[in-house]
Ligand binder design. Structure first.
Ligand SMILES: [Zn+2]
Length: 213
């Protein structure tokens, strides 16, 4: 048997009642309750009720485009693959095409955008996002996926241009990453979503694997 020694970075958010949620909207906070425990049963079981855009998750086109494809159409091979972490932690508002031009991004890449969001527990408002010019730039290159360390890949753009531009180009969107411990570079991404049929998004336990040094 071949033994693979590797470093694992957990780049997922922890799901709990007080976790950050999109724009701090109370109804988006997950509700975790107990179905049975040892005082009323022989087994302990919990239940969770939450919006599928809670924590680390993938959006499919149905999220923003009427009749867009749902999560069933994603291919695992597109989510378990090499990726590039790009460091934008100096940016204070939004990532634009001009910012992306400073990085090595090639057709077919899956890029993860690391920003100062990763260094804060408060991702709810005023988070760094990818603006429409950046989304157009990435779709023109022909990348296959983009991830960001915010609960939304955009905010305060009236027509949701960033989401729509990426979705129309079949670019996978991975949101809610935590990248503080990960340096810029190439990694192996594991981002398989929960297999929930017919929905527009699903939670992911996102990991990056790297050679042990
Ligand atoms: Zn989402």
């Amino acid at each position: 048997m071949v033994e693979f020694i590797m470093k694992i970075y957990d780049i997922s958010m922890s799901i709990h009642r007080q976790m950050p949620v999109y724009k701090g909207r109370e109804h988006k906070r997950p509700i975790i309750t107990n179905d049975s425990n040892f005082s009323n049963s022989t087994v302990y079981e919990s239940r969770i009720e939450m919006n599928l855009h809670t924590g680390t998750h993938i959006d499919s086109p149905l999220h923003m485009i009427e009749n867009g494809s749902n999560m069933d159409f994603l291919n695992l091979k597109d989510l378990i693959r090499n990726c590039k972490v790009l460091d934008f932690k100096r940016i204070e508002d939004k990532i634009t095409a001009k910012d992306l031009q400073t990085k090595d991004i090639a057709p077919g890449d899956f890029v993860l955008l690391k920003t100062r969001n990763s260094f804060s527990d408060i991702l709810e408002t005023d988070f760094i996002y990818l603006d429409a010019s950046g989304a157009i730039y990435l779709s023109n290159i022909g990348i296959e996926g983009v991830g960001i360390d915010a609960l939304g890949i955009e905010r305060d753009q009236a027509g949701h241009e960033t989401h729509k531009t990426l979705m129309k180009a079949d670019i996978i969107i991975l949101e809610g990453l935590r990248l503080a411990d990960v340096d810029e570079g190439t990694y192996f991404l594991f981002a398989a979503p929960l297999k929930i049929a017919g929905v527009e998004a699903a939670p992911v336990r996102a990991l990056l694997l790297d050679k042990e040094v």
